[in-house]
Design a protein around this ligand. Structure first.
Ligand code: FES
Length: 358
């Protein structure tokens, strides 16, 4: 339930934001909403200078998920709901019922910067259900390798916490790249874990050590000299595009592509396209975006409630009918536009003006 301050804040919001009937439930307790799964921020934990963990109490209908999955999160910024996807850093099924999302503020990221620098305990987030294939098998293999960089550690932290829950850890090698020791997200906890479990090896690769000496980025060929049994391990890699590309090439060329699971933060996109006006017919909203902005992002930034899941063109959760116009597939560059086509909005951009039935 809301306290007096929260109630006053919610009432104030009703004076500036349009409401639907179910929102009146949300004024009493937003976590009771039947229209949209919500969560209340319980705590913000600063991790590094630009990264925070948001601990959330999810509302009615939360189904839980698997270690390593990600969640679509909606946050209200000046009365406009924006949605982005963030990885869970908590293990599934915490006894206190809370979940944790760890977010790195990107310099050009409106939502991530707001979450890291502007979010406060008590505020309400809209949540999707966890999704994604970057997960552990039901029975973890005998030997695991995790390769991460920057905030790519987040889903792996969820897995490591899950693996450690029973008081034992399988044979794990974690290679993590960050600029320096103080910028390793969860650095202290990872080092404690590695000290606690003799079966866990932690290799930190610092590209900007504090002595100013530049160090080359972590490559898979270089890693194979450090983790000498790399080919025998089942591997999970999460990090920037260059790292994922390198890993996929290395594992494929080594003939062990089936032993690799990767997590990309963004789909591989095909540059080009002119963009245009996007009209969301049922929501009576419209916006104009560039040719490399997905319809999903365009809709979310325009305040449209957009269905979504993986945001990578995999799960089909975001399909929406095209009313008219041409869209461009961001992964192939192909343009198409037959009215009634179901468009994957997360990987489609306007080729020119389009109307979407949302
Ligand atoms: S959100 Fe999964 S395919 Fe678009």
């Amino acid at each position: 339930m809301l306290g007096i301050r929260g109630l006053l804040g919610a009432v104030a919001d009703t004076m500036t934001c349009p409401l639907r009937p179910d929102d009146y439930w949300a004024i009493i307790n937003p976590l009771w909403s039947r229209r949209e799964l919500s969560g209340r921020v319980a705590k913000i934990i600063p991790e590094t200078s630009d990264t925070s963990t948001v601990v959330v109490r999810p509302g009615r209908g939360w189904r839980g998920g698997l270690a390593g999955q990600h969640v679509s999160v909606g946050v209200s910024i000046e009365c406009v709901w924006h949605r982005r996807t963030f990885s869970l850093s908590s293990p599934p099924g915490r006894p206190d019922g809370l979940i944790a999302l760890t977010v790195k503020a990107r310099p050009d990221g409106l939502v991530s910067r707001h979450i890291v620098h502007g979010l406060r305990p008590g505020q309400i987030l809209r949540l999707g259900h966890p999704s994604g294939r970057f997960v552990l098998p039901d029975a973890p293999p005998a030997r695991l390798l995790f390769v991460t960089a920057g905030s790519g550690i987040t889903p792996v932290m969820s897995m490591l916490r899950h693996l450690a829950e029973g008081g034992a850890m399988p044979d794990v090698f974690l290679a993590h790249s960050a600029r320096n020791a103080s910028e390793v997200i969860f650095g202290a906890e990872l080092r404690r874990m590695a000290a606690r479990f003799p079966t866990m090896s932690l290799y930190e690769h610092h590209t900007r050590p504090t002595d100013g000496r530049p160090v080359a980025r972590l490559t898979m060929a270089g890693l194979s000299a450090i983790c000498t049994d790399l080919p025998e391990r089942l591997a999970w890699v999460c990090g920037p595009r260059g790292m994922i590309d390198d890993a996929e090439s290395y594992w494929r060329e080594s003939g062990i592509g089936d032993r690799l699971v990767t997590e990309r933060f963004h789909p591989v996109t095909f540059p080009g396209g002119q963009g245009g006006r996007v009209r969301f017919a049922r929501s009576s909203r419209e916006t104009t975006v560039s040719g490399d902005t997905s319809l999903l992002i365009a809709g979310e930034d325009a305040g449209v409630i957009m269905p979504s899941g993986c945001r990578m063109g995999v799960c089909h959760s975001c399909l929406a009918p095209l009313v008219r116009g041409q869209v461009r597939n961001l992964r192939t560059g192909e343009e198409h536009g037959i009215p009634g086509d179901l468009i994957p909005t997360c990987v489609s951009a306007p080729a020119r003006d389009v109307d979407i039935d949302l």
